[in-house]
Design a protein around this ligand. Structure first.
Ligand code: SF4
Length: 235
């Protein structure tokens, strides 16, 4: 049965590609949702993320819970090849319950949409975006050690579930936390590959920093190019 489902899925996908090649944007049918048994499926990972979110519940494990409006869990493809990790939600993210939706988020989205693998441009929905802490620190201050310690298990579980081929950390806190290296400096580390549990990690600047220092945008673009090169097998 699983084999037949895979065949049906492949036939529908091929038909969809023919339609798109003919310039027909809206398909006369919907592709079935992928399941873990479908080729390239993400069903099991989707469910695991949902389970993790419900485990977090109305979390009060650290003092950031006192001032938050929403827990910002993360969003994107459960089977994403590429994962972006920032430090924590800001005001807009706290209000909307979604990561990177403010001005810095718009810049991150622009960066993602400039990236491509082969002839396919990435879309924000192709990647997974999350933060080290899931609740907004007051006045956008850096998350403190005890808060990071209470929350870091969640991002580690997200990485474990998604198993991305590569991680891009955004800013100092995400880099230091993920690598457990409080000494590491973003200015020295960015542009170089590190590793987390066997997954290559590319550190780059946080988009909020780039809004304040637009002259450094080209450095982040050069980091993104290394990521694309590695994912395409050219690095
Ligand atoms: S920051 Fe993390 S650990 Fe702290 S309350 Fe929010 S979800 Fe829980």
């Amino acid at each position: 049965m699983e084999e037949r489902e895979a065949e049906i899925y492949a036939e529908l996908r091929d038909a969809g590609e023919v339609c798109r090649a003919l310039g027909i944007e809206a398909l006369p049918f919907r592709l079935p949702e992928r399941t873990e048994s479908s080729p390239g499926g993400s069903g099991g990972r989707d469910e695991a993320l949902v389970r993790l979110r419900s485990e977090i519940g109305d979390c009060r494990r650290c003092k950031l819970s006192a001032g938050r409006r929403n827990i910002v869990f993360g969003e994107g493809r459960a089977d994403a090849r590429l994962m972006f990790i920032g430090e924590g939600p800001g005001k807009d993210e706290d209000i909307q319950g979604r990561p990177f939706v403010g001005e810095a988020g718009a810049l991150l989205t622009k960066l993602i949409e400039k990236m491509h693998f082969g002839d396919k441009n990435l879309m924000r929905t192709d990647v997974y975006i999350a933060n080290i802490v899931k609740c907004r620190p007051p006045m956008n201050r850096d998350p403190e050690e005890d808060e990071i310690a209470s929350c870091r298990g969640f991002i580690e579980r997200q990485i474990e579930i998604i198993r991305p081929e590569m991680i891009v950390t955004l800013g100092r806190i995400a880099l230091q936390t993920l690598l457990r290296r409080p000494d590491i400096r973003i200015t020295a580390a960015r542009g170089n590959f590190f590793e987390y549990e066997g997954i290559p990690v590319m550190p780059t600047f946080h988009p909020a920093y780039l809004l304040r220092n637009p002259k450094d945008k080209w450095l982040t673009w050069s980091d993104a190019q290394k990521v694309m090169g590695r994912l395409a097998g050219h690095e």
